[in-house]
Design a protein around this ligand. Structure first.
Ligand code: ACO
Length: 378
């Protein structure tokens, strides 16, 4: 058997064939099922986009209404799931709470044949419907409050913001949040999607698939970066500290959060849209001083690292948008997960359609023919 060259992080190695989304990292283009992300963020909704990603086509009006109604009907979570979540430690990270709760769904909803389209649709609906409720419920309970029940009169995004804050969001906030979810819904092959696909390839249940993807998204080099961006802006403190911060980071080989991408070598198109959304929110709800720091940071990083293709990624401006929406900082990554569930489910379905279990090779670098040394002789 011949081996290809070993590439750490599998950089540039195709791990699957997919028709779900496509990125051109040098032109800054992202398409879902061939439609530009700019168009979807402006004209579609997150739920319609989720349908597009998962079923591969835009829904008709009837299909969309059925999908939305089913999701609305499944938003509530069982008392026993709430009781389980009540026992989570107050200081645990909400991503850990989410991963545990999603995995637990597998205990409550029994597994059926993965070639049964009714089961597949039911699982898609249940996962999309319940994840926002679980994120909001865990957030309420860690503060000692009862969870806020989903409001059937509100759409997906407005309902999530309502469950977080107990007040109905203004239309711009709901619309901006919806666009944020659309922008984060899918992004070709990345660590969490790959993780979902590897798990899916074993033909385990969909809750296990999503739980493994949530665990992968949690890391600071992936979904966790949006939270780190705000911590970094707080650490920088003022616009005049920006250059020193960047220079020190470069000298100490410390990554500047929210910048750089394995694929994009120009500004991430999602960062451009998120920046516009942030500006719309600032106009309605007042300026954010951290935005001035962010703008200066973008300028200085471009000057210092632009030649290496280091530009803002999706996480750079999303934190500022969520902060303006009154969302707690440690919920930024769970919100990323709420959105990315659509992409993970699309890849789960695609994997099932032509499954082959992932079983890559390795290059062994260890010893051979060692003898066992009894414990008292070591
Ligand atoms: N700040 C400073 N320098 C950087 C940054 C950064 N954010 N990102 C990359 N570089 C530099 C590296 O130091 C390296 O320089 P060198 O060639 O002189 O050694 C070069 O650019 C290449 O960087 P790699 O780390 O090899 O690039 P890779 O493709 O492996 O990493 C990653 C991509 C992980 C996103 C990286 O850019 C990073 O850690 N960024 C910060 C964390 C972040 O924002 N993550 C979110 C990514 S988007 C997402 O997951 C949703």
């Amino acid at each position: 058997m011949t081996f290809c060259e070993y590439k750490p992080g599998l950089e540039g190695i195709p791990a699957a064939q997919s028709s779900i989304s496509c990125v051109d990292g040098t032109k800054g283009i992202l398409e879902y099922r061939g439609i530009a992300i700019e168009e979807l963020a402006q004209k579609s909704t997150f739920i319609e986009t989720a349908y597009l990603l998962i079923w591969g086509k835009l829904p008709t009006l009837d299909e969309l209404e059925d999908f939305e109604t089913d999701i609305r009907l499944h938003r509530r979570i069982k008392y026993s799931i709430r009781d389980m979540m009540k026992c989570f430690p107050d200081r645990g990270h909400p991503m850990d709470a989410l991963q545990t709760s999603v995995a637990a769904l597998g205990l409550f909803y029994s597994r059926r044949a993965l070639d049964d389209p009714i089961y597949i649709r039911g699982a898609v609906v249940r996962i999309l419907a319940k994840i926002p409720t679980m994120v909001a419920a865990a957030n309420s309970m860690r503060r000692g409050n009862d969870p806020i029940q989903p409001n059937d009169n509100l759409d997906y995004c407005a309902n999530f913001l309502y469950m977080l804050t107990e007040s109905k969001p203004d239309p711009l906030s709901a619309k901006v949040f919806d666009a944020c979810l659309t922008l984060h819904a899918e992004h070709t092959m990345n660590a969490s999607t790959f993780s979902a696909m590897v798990t899916a390839s074993t033909l385990t249940d969909p809750y296990g698939v999503i739980a493994s993807a949530v665990g992968t998204l949690a890391g600071p080099l992936h979904g966790g970066a949006n939270e780190e961006v705000l911590l970094m802006l707080e650490e920088i403190g003022t616009v005049k500290n920006v250059r020193t911060y960047v220079e020190n980071s470069i000298t100490n080989k410390r990554k500047i959060m929210g910048f750089g991408h394995r694929v994009y070598k120009v500004k991430d198109p999602r960062a451009t849209i998120l920046q516009e959304l942030a500006e719309q929110l600032f106009e309605l709800k007042g300026h954010d001083e951290y935005y001035d720091i962010a703008l200066e940071l973008e300028r200085v990083v471009e000057e210092e690292l632009g030649s290496k293709g280091i530009y803002p990624n999706v996480d750079f401006y999303s934190g500022l948008v969520y902060r303006k929406l009154g969302i707690p900082q440690d919920l930024f990554t769970p919100i990323f997960a709420i959105a990315r569930v659509a992409g993970w489910l699309a890849h789960w379905k695609e994997q099932l359609a032509e499954n082959r279990i992932f079983r890559p090779a390795q290059i062994y670098t260890g010893l051979h023919e060692q003898t066992y040394i009894p414990i008292d002789e070591r």
